[in-house]
Design a protein around this ligand. Sequence first.
Ligand SMILES: [Zn+2]
Length: 296
Amino acid sequence: MLRTGTCSPYVGRFAPSPTGELHFGSLISAVASYLQAKSADGEWLIRIEDIDPPREVPGSARRILRDLRLFGMQSERPLVYQSERTAAYHQARDRLIESGKAFWCGCSRADLAGSGRYPGTCRNGIPKGKLPRSIRIRVDDRIVSFSDRLQGKLEENLQQTVGDFVIQRADGLPAYQLAVVVDDAYQGVTEVVRGMDLLESTARQIHLQRCLGLPTPVYAHHPIALGDDGRKLSKRYGSDPITALPHASALEMVLRFLGQSCPSGLSQGDLWLWAVENWKLSNIPPASRYNASTPQ
Ligand SMILES: [Zn+2]
């Protein structure tokens, strides 16, 4: 069911996975999506992407929400927890199977080892001797193109890059791509502002939206924080929460990272006022590097 009737046309979201603490990397996405929504006089929502229990850290959803609140950010609608949305994912999956757009796959990880993309083994039925394991969506030999507000025009031929991809995992859990697409539509999200590490998911999500007859939001992928060694900061410093810093200093660091030349030394409240007033998506550099050893 789609929610309609909101008074504001812009809906943005921040969708953390509860696999650790709020860190510099995730705070960048939270702040960027929040300011993009607020400067458009829109709504900002939080969705907890807790569909992967094996990866979850107990209590981290609660702590992420608490830390966001301390930074002054709260969802403007009731929170959506993906763990409570299984029925919607199943419904979408069933529609895709019934229309022939998705199919059961009997390949194990070992069967596919070494092949960068799915070779299409079970497209026309599971080979004899194999049992159904996962469900895959068919992709076409054609280009999916989209215009990212920060990264420009991008194109991908999914058949050449990933092949038919998984929408229900072998352990029965819905795949990330399906859950995101179903929920962005359910929440009426009009623009997705998130890190470049998710850029490679976008063509797959657009393909799923088209297969399900759902609208495609606008996308803006911001640079992610990398350490001196070029590794994603959240991986290295996942256990080193940004909340150890005074909130105003952390927020100032995030704004600078996002190319917003904010005045220094403001209180958190004044910094937000400045940021909403002066926010410019176009000031975000297409790629940038955060020097983890000497935070400024
Ligand atoms: Zn297969």
